[in-house]
Ligand binder design. Structure first.
Ligand SMILES: Cc1ncc(C[n+]2csc(CCOP(=O)(O)OP(=O)(O)O)c2C)c(N)n1
Ligand SMILES: [Mg+2]
Length: 393
């Protein structure tokens, strides 16, 4: 039985898409009900989304180079996944909160997080990377490497949004199953196909469904959890699991930014208006390695990669723009601007000061803690042991 046979039965509708693999406007039957979300979106917006994708990819490629040259400890590429990220990132309103996993670089950039701050974390210069409370960072929360932990953070945050709205409306109860409280803001959380197997992610959906949180779950199904294919993690399409939790859930072509935008826009708006949580499974592909520590040639076939490279989200949107009369000069200008932004990150990161080793103990607890003090003293002793050695020479 092939992976496709395991994952898809005859009852599954076609994933929602507006662009075909070659970038021609050819909506699927399933896209019809979301088409109105694109009514106000024209060539200027598509150009912006194209720019978002190309800039992110240039940055991403530069970070891989930096890692290979020993300047970053690790890098997590997002190549191939820019389509759904940009569509969903652009679908969110400024007041919405976004909880990422660790490869949502395009969304970080759209929300205003400096790319240098994203790269800085992978150079080991900071635990977090950016100040979430600073409005300049667009309510984009910290990268979370503990798989699924962000689903709990997101559902907790969305519960808070709901509770605030209820309190403002004079409602004091927080009964499960009560829908219909407009919050005016929503939460969107991102995770991967492998992470759907984590208890955290499943518990988050139960709470979201029970309390009708203003939340959108986004699973970027990039077909792999490091070396484990999605077919081993689930014998049913992932969005169908979400239906079982009582969430409205759909499957989209994750390499089509138009589909991601339209569905994201609808689900986020409904969440803000009191319609409860939604779930989007974005079918995409991890073109690169899992991280720079991984070698995918050991576990996946080249033909699979090639098939997905032909559905590259950047090439598809470029074709769509060309169909609308956008000319070479635009694409050349974007390529140049993207390269120069990536180069600026490279130049800046090499000059960033290394923090004092002691700084790693800050913010572990809000108050002094004996275990932390013990570790701090150990580090002091360890570091001064080198000073003694120096003096003895
Ligand atoms: C709780 C936990 N278990 C295991 C890991 C090790 N790990 C890091 S990434 C990963 C695979 C995640 O796959 P997926 O959810 O599909 O996301 P992707 O990396 O493909 O975007 C694993 C097992 C981890 N970081 N956290
Ligand atoms: Mg994955």
């Amino acid at each position: 039985m092939s992976e496709h046979d395991i994952l898809h039965s005859a009852v599954d509708p076609e994933p929602i898409r507006f662009l075909d693999d070659a970038g021609r406007y050819a909506p699927s039957a399933t896209a019809a009900e979301f088409a109105e979300e694109l009514a106000g979106v024209g060539v200027d917006e598509f150009k912006q989304w194209y720019r978002d994708m190309v800039h992110t990819r240039a940055f991403d490629t530069e970070c891989t180079h930096l890692q290979r040259q020993g300047q970053l400890a690790l890098w997590v590429p997002s190549v191939g996944q820019e389509g759904c990220q940009v569509g969903l990132g652009r679908a969110a309103e400024p007041q919405d909160h976004i909880f990422p996993a660790y490869r949502e670089h395009a969304i970080a950039r759209i929300r205003g997080v400096r790319l240098l701050d994203v790269a800085k974390q992978f150079r080991g210069l900071t635990h977090g990377g950016w100040d979430v409370t600073d409005p300049a960072n667009g309510n984009f929360h910290l990268y979370t490497l503990v798989l699924g932990a962000q689903t709990q953070h997101a559902t907790g945050y969305a519960l808070g949004q709901l509770l605030d709205a209820k309190r403002n409306a004079g409602v004091t109860s927080m009964d499960a199953g009560e829908a219909g409280t407009a919050t005016g803001e929503a939460t969107m959380v991102f995770y991967g196909d492998g992470t759907t197997s984590q208890g955290d992610a499943n518990e988050a959906m139960i709470f979201a469904a029970s309390y009708q949180t203003p939340e959108v779950f986004v699973v970027q199904n990039n077909r792999w959890a490091i070396s484990v294919p999605v077919a081993r993690q689930s014998r049913t399409p992932l969005y169908r699991r979400a239906l079982g939790f009582g969430l409205r859930a759909v499957q989209i072509d994750g390499n089509d930014p138009l589909a991601a935008y339209a569905v994201g826009r609808r689900f986020l708006r409904e969440a803000r208006e009191g319609g409860g949580p939604g779930y989007i499974e974005a079918l995409t592909y991890r073109i690169g390695a899992h991280t720079t520590s991984d070698d995918p040639t050991r576990y996946r076939e080249h033909g699979e990669l090639e098939r997905w490279q032909q559905r590259d989200p950047i090439a598809r949107l470029e074709a769509h723009l060309r169909e609308q009369g956008v000319e070479d000069a635009f694409f050349a200008e974007v390529a140049e601007a993207a390269a120069s932004e990536a180069m600026a990150v490279r130049d800046a990161i090499l000059t960033l000061p290394v923090p004092e080793a002691d700084a790693m103990f800050e913010h572990v607890y809000s108050e002094p803690h004996p275990r932390i003090e013990e570790q701090r003293e150990w580090l002091d002793r360890y570091e001064s042991s080198f000073a003694d050695e120096e003096a003895a020479r």
